[in-house]
Design a protein around this ligand. Structure first.
Ligand SMILES: Cc1ncc(C[n+]2csc(CCOP(=O)(O)OP(=O)(O)O)c2C)c(N)n1
Ligand SMILES: [Mg+2]
Length: 325
C-alpha cells in the first residue's frame, strides 16, 4: 500500500494536471498557435495511478488526449505548456503542438492524433524490449473509441501471441467524440475483449487513485516478469467537452454533475482527510503550489519565442538521412 506521503505527492501531481488543462483551455482564445485541445480533467487518477506503477525508464505511449500522460510520466510543466503555445522552448520545439507532445527523456514516447495508432507502435516497442531484454515495460493509453479500429485487434493479437511486456490501458470515458459508447459498442466492458486475445482483462474504478495503482502494479509486474500483456480498463469520465469548443449537446448537465461528485481529486482528498493523513492547511498548500507552478508555466510559454524559419525542415523525415546520404 502506498504511504500517505506518496499519496500526497500524487495528489499534488493530479492537481498540477487539472490546473494545467484549465489554464491551457483559458489561454486558447487568445493564443494564435493553439491548434486543438483535448482536456483530460476527470481522468487524472488513471494517468497518475498508472504512471506511479512504472519505473522511470519504462515507456508510455499516448493518444490525442495526452497532456496528462506526459505530465504523469514526469514531463515538465513549462516545456509541455510551451509546446501547446507553439513556442521554440516546447518539448517538440513548438512544431508538434497538443496532439503530438513527446518527451523521450522521461519515457513518454508520444501522443498520436490518429485514434488507436499508438497501439501497434507500442506493441513494436514492447517487442524491442523483449528482444533486447531491457526489462522495461511499455504502457499504451487509448480510449474506448480506439477499440473499434483494426489496429486494436492487430496489436492485441501480436502482443498476446509473442507474450510481450506491454499493458493495454483503456480509459473508458463512455464517449467517442460526441457519440455515446452504448450507441456503437455491442460490448461496453472493454476488459471482456481480452478473452478474444487470451489475455487477462481487468476493469477498475478509474476515479479511485489507489484502485488504479493496485491494478496497474499487478499488470506491470505481470508484463515485467514475462507473463505477457494485460488489457486494463479504467472506467472514467471527462468533465469538459471532447475538445475545445465542443457545445456538448449530446449529454445532460445532470450526468456531468453526477460524475463531478466522483471527482478523483475530491475522492482522494476525502480519503486522506479521513485517515488524518492530510490537514486542511496542507490541502490548501498543495493546491496553491500547483496553481503557482501552472501560472509559471503559462508565463514561461508566453515569454518564449516562436520557432525560427531556419528550423522548418529540421526534425522531419528526411529520405536522404534514411539512405545515409
Ligand atoms: C482514425 C481516426 N478517426 C477519427 C478521428 C477523429 N477523432 C478524434 S478523437 C475521436 C474519438 C476518440 O474516442 P476515444 O478513443 O474513446 O477517446 P476519448 O476522446 O474519449 O478520450 C475521434 C473519432 C481520428 N483522430 N482518427
Ligand atoms: Mg472515450
Amino acid at each position: 500500500m502506498p504511504s500517505p506521503e506518496r499519496l500526497k505527492e500524487l495528489y499534488a501531481l493530479m492537481w498540477r494536471i487539472r490546473l494545467f488543462e484549465e489554464a491551457a483551455n483559458a489561454a486558447f482564445d487568445s493564443e494564435p498557435a493553439f491548434s486543438v485541445l483535448h482536456m483530460c480533467c476527470g481522468q487524472e487518477a488513471v494517468e497518475v495511478g498508472v504512471c506511479a506503477a512504472l519505473r522511470p525508464d519504462d515507456l508510455v505511449f499516448g493518444n490525442h488526449r495526452s497532456h496528462g500522460h506526459l505530465l504523469a510520466k514526469g514531463g515538465d510543466l513549462n516545456t509541455t505548456m510551451a509546446e501547446l503555445f507553439g513556442r521554440a522552448t516546447g518539448c517538440c520545439g513548438g512544431k508538434g503542438g497538443s496532439m503530438h507532445v513527446v518527451d523521450a527523456t522521461v519515457g513518454f514516447m508520444g501522443a498520436n492524433g490518429i485514434v488507436s495508432a499508438g497501439l501497434p507502435i507500442a506493441t513494436g516497442a514492447a517487442l524491442a524490449q523483449a528482444m533486447t531484454r531491457s526489462g522495461r515495460v511499455v504502457v499504451v493509453f487509448f480510449g474506448d473509441g480506439a477499440t473499434h479500429r483494426g489496429a486494436f485487434h492487430e496489436a492485441l493479437t501480436l502482443g498476446s501471441l509473442w507474450q510481450l511486456p506491454v499493458v493495454y490501458l483503456c480509459e473508458n470515458n463512455g464517449y467517442q467524440q460526441w457519440v455515446p459508447q452504448k450507441e456503437v459498442a455491442p460490448v461496453s466492458e472493454v476488459a471482456r475483449m481480452g478473452a478474444a486475445y487470451a489475455i487477462p482483462g481487468v476493469t477498475v474504478d478509474g476515479q479511485d487513485l489507489e484502485a488504479v495503482m493496485a491494478a496497474a502494479a499487478a499488470a506491470v509486474a505481470r508484463a515485467r516478469t514475462g507473463g505477457g500483456p494485460t488489457l486494463l480498463e479504467c472506467r472514467t469520465y471527462r468533465f469538459y467537452g471532447h475538445s475545445y469548443g465542443d457545445t456538448q449537446g449530446y449529454r445532460t448537465a445532470e450526468e456531468v454533475a453526477r460524475w463531478r461528485e466522483r471527482d478523483p481529486l475530491t475522492l482522494l482528498a476525502r480519503s486522506l482527510r479521513e485517515r488524518q493523513a492530510m490537514s486542511e492547511g496542507e490541502d490548501t498548500g498543495i493546491q496553491a503550489a500547483a496553481a503557482r507552478a501552472v501560472a509559471d508555466a503559462v508565463a514561461f510559454a508566453k515569454a518564449s519565442p516562436y520557432p525560427s524559419p531556419e528550423v522548418l525542415d529540421r526534425d522531419v523525415f528526411d529520405p536522404a538521412w534514411r539512405l545515409g546520404a
